[in-house]
Design a protein around this ligand. Structure first.
Ligand code: SF4
Ligand code: SF4
Length: 205
């Protein structure tokens, strides 16, 4: 007869003294240990809608859906946890470090895959000149916070950093005309229009 190895004896003795390592789930609730990688969840207070998590997701479980034509313009982030491989890259690379977290929820079975969606919505900022998407309001305000006084180098950030500053009004626009006037400088603009505006201001047409 084969003799038991020392390691197996040690495990058997440990099981007699400490008890089995298995749990009685699902007959009794089970709390996973810290660091367990369960269902990823967005956290509304800390997600700024930047989309960095979608960029790093290896299974393409996170989608960024922009709706610039809706009123108000919205960005929706959808996380399909039926496709998720629970790698934790979204949490690790989240811009704010707290926007998406892998929870301890592990019992995710269901019959309808269309229900396995975690989502969050953000208001979009649209370029007042060309209609391009600049980013989400929360993202731009977060950038302004990080920049501190340097925010004052960018009029779009100045306007968005303090929502109460009405430095430009929608009717101050000059649709169809070049973004040349000085008043256009204090408008919410995408980087391309801002560049064009500055170049025209400095060197003309
Ligand atoms: S803040 Fe984090 S969770 Fe939110 S979109 Fe950016 S990377 Fe994703
Ligand atoms: S845990 Fe990994 S696979 Fe799942 S959503 Fe995050 S990055 Fe994608």
């Amino acid at each position: 007869m084969k003799k038991p190895k020392l390691r197996e004896l040690k495990e058997a003795l440990r099981a007699v003294i400490v008890g089995p390592v298995t749990t009685k789930y699902p007959f009794e609730p089970h709390t996973p240990p810290d660091g367990f990688r369960g269902k990823p969840e967005f956290h509304e207070d800390d997600c700024i809608g930047c989309g960095a998590c979608a960029e790093v997701c290896p299974s393409l479980s996170i989608k960024v859906l922009d709706m610039p034509q809706s009123d108000p313009p919205k960005r929706r982030l959808e996380l399909r946890y039926d496709k998720c491989v629970f790698c934790g890259q979204c949490e690790l690379n989240c811009t704010t470090k707290e926007g998406v977290k892998l929870s301890k929820e592990f019992d995710l079975a269901g019959l309808d895959r269309s229900e396995f969606v975690e989502s969050i919505e953000h208001d979009l900022v649209i370029c007042e000149v060309c209609g391009a998407i600049v980013g989400t309001i929360k993202h731009l305000r977060w950038v302004a916070e990080q920049l501190g006084a340097k925010t004052y180098a960018n009029p779009t950030l100045i306007i968005l950093a303090d929502g109460s500053m009405k430095l430009s009004t929608p009717d101050a626009g000059r649709p169809g005309e070049p973004t040349l006037a000085r008043s256009d400088m204090m408008r919410v603009m995408c980087p391309a229009c801002r560049r064009t505006s500055i170049v025209r201001e400095l060197w003309g047409e």
